[in-house]
Design a protein around this ligand. Structure first.
Ligand SMILES: [Zn+2]
Ligand SMILES: [Zn+2]
Length: 368
């Protein structure tokens, strides 16, 4: 097989026009396709034929102009799956034809990597800059080159859309570990969007009783269709009172805020058990959410407020296992299984992803 010499990739450019999206006028950005030479492949690298990439909230909020601090032009994309088409002489764990997903690994040598915190790799954060004039990891591309250590093997019989959910599941596994969820605990998840239901599945896999609180009919229906019996319609009942009722006044051992809204934080916090409740801030919100907390109360009630983002190498390995062995089913987090938007229509894909209440939209990376 002849290997590609160039690749095509999607990038978000600076705003050019205002357009009407979802009934609201916003400062809309443009996503378009660019081309560059394939990166060099070293002995520890593999070449990838990219399959799918989901449009994350990070991506479409950037496209909407809500995350200007991330910079332009941005050739992002971090929720992908791919097939190995070539490998360097020193690659031992992967073979041609393997399906892989990304690992946010580090250098493996700095103090943070050695302690298992690859997310905080000091070498990685030191070398973030534009390549060929574009920022970003090139997830929305038809081909890629990655070091073996930045990849994890996935089952070959997975649907490529499902395989592309490795990174979001890894973030949930990381969050669950940080929250120290134990079997038999009650975990409340605020929000049944893409990451709300992903968190629900991972919390269930960790052995927790899962209660989900949501407002919109589409997401309530999605959560119920997954088989979760305890789904609260927060438009009909007070979710705090309902959690107290469902737990005989005990409250939640842990709450995961899977939406970045001040009202969700306030509500979730009020659901915590009287002593030693744990609260996980899973999502960022733009504009920045407001949340007033009482330090004395945190002290007296021994409350823990925990942040989380992305995952470490071990979280990606476990997420790959959970997806490959169907312990979690990411198809629930997708807008529609079997329906992908071609990479050549990337602007359309962003419009679909930014539509209110949409689950993850998948881009078909070979159709460019
Ligand atoms: Zn993401
Ligand atoms: Zn490192």
């Amino acid at each position: 097989m002849e290997l590609p010499k160039v690749r095509k990739f999607a990038a978000i450019m600076e705003a050019r026009t205002d357009e009407e999206i979802g009934g609201k006028i916003r400062n809309v950005h443009v996503a378009e396709i660019h081309e560059e030479p394939m990166p060099e492949m070293g002995p520890k690298d593999v070449m990838l034929k990219m399959e799918t990439c989901q449009i994350c909230t990070t991506d479409y909020q950037h496209w909407l102009g809500l995350r200007e601090h991330q910079g332009f032009p941005m050739a992002g994309g971090h929720e992908w799956s791919a097939i190995v088409i070539a490998k360097g002489s020193e690659v031992h764990s992967l073979n041609i034809g393997d399906r892989v997903g990304p690992v946010h690994g580090g250098c493996g040598e700095c103090i943070n990597c050695r302690r298992g915190h690859s997310f905080a790799c000091t070498a990685k954060s030191a070398k973030r800059g534009p390549v060929n004039g574009f920022l970003g990891a090139r997830g929305f591309a038809n081909y890629g080159v990655q070091p073996e250590t930045a990849l994890v093997k996935l089952a070959n019989d997975l649907d490529p859309q499902v395989a592309g959910f490795i990174e979001p599941i890894a973030t949930c596994v990381c969050g669950m570990r940080r929250l120290r969820v134990q079997p038999g605990e009650t975990v409340v998840i605020i929000g049944a969007g893409t990451m709300g239901i992903a968190n629900a599945q991972v919390a269930h896999a960790f052995g927790a009783r899962v209660i989900i609180s949501e407002l919109t009919p589409k997401k309530l229906e999605r959560a119920r269709s997954m088989g979760f019996a305890e789904v609260i319609d927060a438009t009909k009942v007070d979710p705090v009172e309902e959690v107290m009722r469902l737990t005989d006044g005990y409250g939640a051992d842990a709450v995961i805020a899977a939406v970045g809204l001040g009202v969700a934080y306030k509500q979730g916090y009020s659901m915590l058990k009287r002593v030693e409740g744990r609260f996980l801030l899973f999502a960022a919100g733009y504009p920045k959410p407001e949340w007033e907390i009482d330090p004395n109360e945190i002290h007296y009630r021994r409350i823990e407020i925990i942040g989380t983002m992305s995952g470490d190498v071990a979280d990606f390995a476990d997420a790959a296992f959970m997806i490959s062995h169907r312990i979690v089913d990411p198809s629930y987090s997708l807008e529609s299984l079997g329906k992908m938007i071609p990479l050549k229509d990337i602007q359309k894909a962003y419009i679909a992803a930014a539509t209110p209440d949409a689950y993850r939209v998948t881009v078909d990376l070979q159709n460019v």
